[in-house]
Design a protein around this ligand. Structure first.
Ligand code: DGJ
Length: 729
């Protein structure tokens, strides 16, 4: 033990950010989870309850840590079980805080008191077994540390070892407890269709703030991510605790400040309408709940999240390839797709340097509008008389790979599938089925539906082996979530089984077609979370493609998710909201993520095509930096008529600045831009795309660029520029 401890200190001095270890300090019954720059400490108190002890900047000396001990009661209204911080509280024994687990036993008992039994440490993993004081109900808490980023993952497995069935009514992945105190501030994301990713900030006060989805998927309305700072953080500095759930079904985060000044975030399956029977021997596993800590403000928080997602969440991890430049036909043609029309667009897209051509909605069944065809995944013979083969071949010949849109979880009542299987749509017997966009949700919890959908997609991919990419859409939320074919007590399992089965289909497809890439879309950003991102390569950020709105949408997205996954298209103007912005502005906004083009190229002028070709070239020269670099949000689009983002390549050799001016007032210039994240001693060569640098600077040191800064000539409305800085060797 002593040797390990010495090694631990040596290792941490050598590489403080990358070293991690999980130690059990037996004398004090503590676990010290060292995740690189972060420490997380849990202990067992004298009542054998699990207590959170510490979460924050790494502590190197276990001798400093005190053993867990319970807190006294606060009068007769708050028992010690509620004043004592709890790592994974069951609902019972007088605990009034948000529980992590609530059950009803067959004899009617609704009291659960979990006590420590044993634990196992294996490398970066820790498992702690808990058990109820009276019943054979076991819970295993799983922890994993990710030393490089300081992130920690929690989840729980509940196993019914009693001889009878029981019902789980709330099953949370875990809760994260902050250092005791007040003055904390919560940041979270909310929105609606075409207005996702809005940033909200508010003080945390006594009580419980709930952000959640009851809609069956992750939702546009809220995202399962949070950040809490000590009230003083800003983009560049300050203590921030943050986390995200990996679940694409109903979820809930409860941000709670107890009357004893404990701030905790409890998250997992949404307990709303939740009821999960566990037969004897059955188990329920919660989704993973990830969290981290930084002293570097929201900027460093995002950079840690981005790095973590690329390394540990996205398929392929750090070896996954850069996102190709994509063309998508939706805004150009809507449902009017056919072979000649798609070929004509593909030819033009190829001239711009596009690398992936995606045919969107409208290619299958009787899908001429949104009233019919969903569910019938066979090629429409009038639009594609010889199948998809000739189009795919042409696209490949033009040097692009081919992708196609699907919406597998849905059915139009006007479809052959629905006529054959009306019972496959989610419904309650003898009650109306609410249609949204003229469609119903298939009950993906059913095994037969799951197998049918897997079969339909498998057939599509087997018959067209050159399909490289699926855009997987989901254009409505659940309503009437009935499952009449199973006994009533089992019916609410739908909430969990649906999402698990969607995950399973994607996992099976990826296993069978290892080169296939997938985009998660739900009418824009309705299904973006760390669960879907473990099995999809990118997401459709929003159906709102207006570049000005996008600046704010993208800012919110970037708080939690990496630009590599953030699909952003350049589309035509005026946009759906009536706004027109210049083509260059639209390109530069979209180039801050994974670039796509979604305009009607048939209508683009020669000048538009020439500018677009230059912009695609420029994007290719900086895309590694944008997709895999470190993002510095220099000026937020929320607060100024001016905004700017800077991306620094991981190896520090390149940095790229994007700057946007919404409106000029009274002839004032935009603010001076001081860069971040550069090497003070290094010299950088500047490459401007359109001479909008006020001073003719060809090279400058990192010190100059970060302290004196540069001035840009941006005026009028919707002006924009980009500058690339290459480190002089
Ligand atoms: C919603 C998506 O977000 C759009 O990009 C497009 O694919 C349509 N669905 C097609 O119906």
């Amino acid at each position: 033990m002593r040797r390990r401890f010495v090694i631990s200190i040596l290792m941490s001095l050598l590489a403080p950010a990358a070293f991690g270890e999980i130690r059990y300090v037996a004398a004090k019954k503590l676990w010290h989870l060292e995740a690189g720059p972060v420490s997380y400490v849990i202990g067992v108190n004298e009542r054998n309850e699990l207590e959170p002890i510490y979460w924050g900047k790494r502590l190197w000396r276990d001798d400093d840590l005190a053993a867990a001990h319970s807190q006294p009661e606060w009068a007769s209204f708050d028992l010690s079980s509620t004043t004592t911080p709890q790592e994974f509280p069951g609902w019972g024994g007088g605990r009034y805080i948000e529980p992590c687990l609530k059950v009803t036993l067959p004899d009617g008992v609704r009291d659960l008191v979990l006590k420590y039994v044993t634990h196992r440490i294996a490398g970066d993993d820790l498992e702690i077994d808990l058990k109820d004081t009276a019943y054979d109900l076991a819970v295993t808490l799983h922890y994993r540390v990710f030393p490089e980023t300081g992130m920690i993952r929690k989840s729980a497995v509940i196993v019914n070892h009693t001889p009878n069935g029981l019902t789980v009514e709330s099953s949370q992945s875990g809760s994260w407890t902050l250092p005791r105190g007040d003055g904390y501030r919560l940041t979270y994301l909310s929105g609606r269709w075409a207005g996702e990713w809005q940033i909200n900030q508010e003080p945390i006060q006594p009580g419980v703030k709930v952000i959640e989805s009851r809609r069956g998927n992750t939702s546009h309305q809220a995202n399962p991510w949070f950040a809490i700072d000590d009230g003083q953080a800003n983009e560049g500095h300050g203590r921030v605790w943050f986390g995200a759930l990996g679940w694409s079904g109903n979820w809930r985060l409860a941000i709670e400040q107890t009357s004893h000044q404990q701030v905790r975030v409890t998250g997992g399956f949404n307990p709303f309408d939740f009821s999960y029977p566990l037969a004897a021997g059955e188990r329920l596993e919660t989704p993973p709940f990830y969290a981290g800590f930084t002293e570097g403000g929201w900027g460093e928080m995002s950079r840690l999240m981005h790095r973590f997602e690329r390394a540990y969440i996205l398929p392929g991890g750090l070896t996954s390839r850069l996102r190709p430049v994509l063309y998508n036909s939706w805004e150009a043609t809507e449902f009017s797709v056919d072979e000649p029309g798609q070929k004509a667009l593909a030819e033009k897209a190829a001239k711009l340097g596009v690398e992936r051509f995606v045919m969107d909605d409208g290619w299958f069944g009787a899908r001429n509008n949104d009233h019919a065809g969903l569910g019938d995944w066979t090629v429409n013979p009038a639009k594609f008389p010889h199948g998809l083969g000739p189009l795919i071949e042409e696209v490949n010949k033009l040097g692009m790979d081919f992708g196609i849109w699907v919406e597998p979880e849905m059915v139009n009542p006007d479809s052959d599938l629905y006529r054959r299987h009306p019972d496959w749509a989610m419904h309650f017997p003898d009650r109306p089925r609410s249609e949204a966009r003229n469609q119903l949700d298939l009950n993906m919890a059913r095994e037969d539906v799951k197998n049918y959908i897997f079969g339909a997609l498998d057939k599509l991919l087997a018959e067209n082996p050159k399909i490289a990419f699926l855009k997987w859409d989901m254009n409505r939320n659940f309503s009437e979530p009935g499952w009449p074919e199973v006994p009533p007590p089992e019916q609410r399992k739908l909430w969990v089984a649906y999402t698990r089965n969607v995950y399973e289909i994607i996992d099976r497809l990826r296993a069978k077609y290892p080169k296939l890439e997938i985009e998660s879309c739900s009418g824009g950003g309705g299904r973006v979370d760390l669960g879907i991102l473990t099995r999809t390569d990118e997401v459709w950020t929003s159906d709102n493609t207006d570049a000005f709105d996008r600046l704010r949408i993208q800012e919110g997205f970037s708080l939690a998710y990496t630009p590599k996954t953030m699909m952003a298209w350049v589309t035509d103007v005026p946009n759906f909201n009536g706004r027109s912005t210049p083509l260059q502005y639209r390109f530069l906004v979209a180039m801050m993520g994974s670039l796509g083009i979604g305009g009607n190229l048939n209508k683009w002028s020669d000048a538009d095509m020439a500018l677009a070709t230059r912009m695609v070239d420029l994007y290719k020269s900086v895309r590694k930096t944008v997709q895999e670099g470190r993002l510095y949000r220099l000026f937020a689009p929320r607060s100024d008529g001016f905004s700017a983002n800077q991306y620094v390549a991981e190896d520090g050799r390149q940095t790229v600045l994007f700057a946007f001016r919404t409106a000029q007032h009274f002839g004032y210039p935009p603010p001076t831009v001081r860069l971040s994240g550069l090497d003070e001693r290094a010299v950088y060569r500047l490459k401007t795309m359109d001479n909008k640098l006020v001073d003719k600077i060809e090279t400058a040191s990192g010190a100059y660029l970060m302290n004196q800064g540069i001035n840009l000539r941006l005026g009028g409305d919707y002006d924009s520029t980009a500058i690339v800085f290459e480190r002089v060797p």
